[in-house]
Design a protein. Structure first.
Lengths: 114, 112
């Protein structure tokens, strides 16, 4: 069965410090992995994805994520956090071969402290 | 940049009433989806739609739910007889085949 775990409900980081939002996944085949961000009263905005190739994926707003197959992880990172990065972050996975539906994690609320 | 739009942004209804949530997907996308997010919980898949028929659906998507593409632009989710537990944020998404799904801003449904 496909699933995503985001072990931290809340992450706090000081502005200018690096941030990491964790995600681990489980799929029966090869994973497509995605990160989305949700600002208050807004929909889910696509940040980045991993399909194949380079394990380090770069996305919007300076975010990047590293795919680690052995640890089944896809952690979201940014070298220097901004206050405007404060939002809810969702990791999602879909199996390469089976279907189109995404499986989402429970979300991690990121607060960047000025 | 093209985006998915949804109407209404908020809907309040009485238990047992029918509601229709509307979505306009990105114009060149062929796959359409509905997801829901109950307050404080994860985003859950409801249904995917391709070539004028349902391609996948979850256990949540029971006989009370239906989807339709009534014309070339709209994609709707109908709940025939709403229950209290249907209260949630409903997201529409669209994509090209096997590609990134782009989400709308959501419709917040409150069933009283």
């Amino acid at each position: 069965a496909q699933s995503v775990a985001q072990p931290e409900d809340q992450v706090n980081v000081a502005e200018g410090n690096p941030l990491t939002v964790k995600c681990t996944y489980s799929v029966s085949g090869n994973p497509y992995l995605f990160w989305y961000v949700q600002y208050p009263n807004r929909g889910l905005q696509f940040l980045l994805k991993y399909i194949t190739g380079d394990n380090l994926v770069k996305g919007s707003y300076g975010f990047e994520a590293e795919f680690n197959k052995s640890q089944t992880s896809f952690h979201l990172k940014k070298p220097s956090a901004l206050v405007s990065d404060s939002a809810l972050y969702f990791c999602a996975v879909r199996d390469w071969y089976t279907g189109n539906q995404f499986y989402f994690g429970t979300g991690t609320s990121l607060t960047v402290i000025p | 940049e093209p985006e998915v739009t949804q109407t209404p942004s908020h809907q309040v209804t009485q238990m047992g009433q029918e509601v229709i949530l509307r979505c306009v997907p990105i114009s060149n996308h062929l796959y359409f989806y509905w997801y829901r997010q109950i307050l404080g919980q994860k985003v859950e898949f409801l249904v995917s739609f391709y070539n004028n028929e349902i391609s996948e659906k979850s256990e949540i998507f029971d006989d009370q739910f239906s989807v339709e593409r009534p014309d070339g632009s709209n994609f709707t989710l109908k709940i025939r007889s709403t229950k209290l537990e249907d209260s949630a944020m409903y997201f529409c998404a669209s994509s090209e085949p096997k590609e990134t799904q782009y989400f709308g801003p959501g419709t917040r449904l409150l069933v009283l």
